[in-house]
Design a protein around this ligand. Structure first.
Ligand code: AMP
Length: 311
């Protein structure tokens, strides 16, 4: 079967006990075939529908939801892909342990008026003799790229394939993955994709920990300890607001806060230009990205904040 239709009835919030309002039948189609996705998207474009596309690896949470809700506001049709992309994992164990549950993802999306879930098998995306990869030079090798060689080649390749299949008017990405945003924006600009990239702010737990599918891999202690990441970024922000401009000093401040948590292992702390990820020595006129990667046990978490000198 090439696709499944997911049906869900839900009650009106205003009148939860009145059975007569149980008439809203919500339809969401789950598509697994690339050809079906492409022909459907083509038909919708011919009907002049504005297509919004949210690429995800599933295990959906409120971070993903913020992208989906923005797409819902802006577009006629919302397509969410759920695809754990093997090409962007450089460790097989990481790929294997990545949480996957399409049924619970579909249930999670049911109340949010998503039109289509595109959930292909890896073989639909990468045929047996697949040999074409897309590389965004330079920015792909920095920060995350240094620890995860080939990661952004995998990201750029799958985004190219998904954009070519759907040809969305808008593609939605989270600031949580700031380097991914830089890579995708450059990809879209250089290869002249007719898709506008929309970036949404980081959604966090109450503790300040950025929501991530990987958080479910943390034990309770590490999950609580990981709130130190946000604390370190906010401490840096306060220092900048008080007039600190020197990158070395700001990174030292972040490092000290992270070190206050014994289970945290800092992978990198970087102050860079958000577009090209070049290191910066001072906080200047424009925005500066402060990005960190920190390990708790086997789980590697990333977070960031955009700093700007007080005007
Ligand atoms: P993923 O499923 O982790 O590949 O993420 C899919 C999209 O959701 C990416 O554009 C992420 O940047 C975005 N995203 C993930 N977590 C968050 C978050 N906490 N806040 C905002 N966006 C997020």
């Amino acid at each position: 079967m090439s696709h499944t239709v997911f049906r869900k009835m839900f009650r009106s919030r205003n009148c939860p006990t009145d059975r007569s309002v149980l008439t809203d039948i919500y339809l969401m189609e789950i598509i697994s075939r690339q050809q079906r996705m492409a022909s459907l998207a083509k038909k919708l474009r011919r009907e002049n529908k504005v297509l919004g596309f949210v690429p995800t690896m599933g295990s959906l949470h409120e971070g993903h939801l913020s992208l989906i809700q923005k797409a819902r506001q802006m577009c006629d049709v919302v397509i969410v892909s759920v695809f754990v992309n093997p090409a962007q994992f450089n460790e097989n164990s990481d790929f294997e342990s990545y949480p996957r549950d399409l049924t619970s993802d579909a249930e999670y999306l049911a109340p949010y008026d998503v039109d289509y879930i595109y959930a292909p098998e890896a073989s639909e995306i990468y045929g047996e003799d697949f040999t074409t990869f897309v590389t965004v030079d330079d920015i792909s090798e920095k920060l995350e790229g240094a620890s995860r060689p080939g990661h952004f080649r995998g990201v750029a390749t799958v985004v190219t394939i998904l954009f070519n299949t759907i040809r969305p008017d808008f593609g939605y990405f989270g600031q949580k993955d700031a380097q991914q945003v830089a890579v995708v924006k450059r990809l879209v600009r250089d290869l002249k994709f007719d898709t506008e990239v929309i970036v949404m702010p980081i959604v966090r737990e109450e503790s300040g920990l950025a929501l991530s599918s990987r958080n479910s891999l943390l034990n309770d202690e590490d999950r609580a300890a990981a709130a130190v990441i946000r604390k370190s970024l906010l401490t840096a922000e306060r220092a900048v607001e008080k007039g600190e401009e020197d990158a070395g000093t700001i990174m030292q401040i972040v490092s000290e806060v992270l070190e206050s948590e014994s289970s945290a292992r800092t992978d990198y702390i970087a102050l860079v230009d958000p577009d090209n990820l070049d290191p910066l020595e001072r906080i200047g006129d424009g925005p500066v990205l402060l990005a960190v990667a920190v390990r708790f046990g086997d789980v590697r978490l990333i977070d960031n904040i955009v700093l700007q000198e007080k005007q």
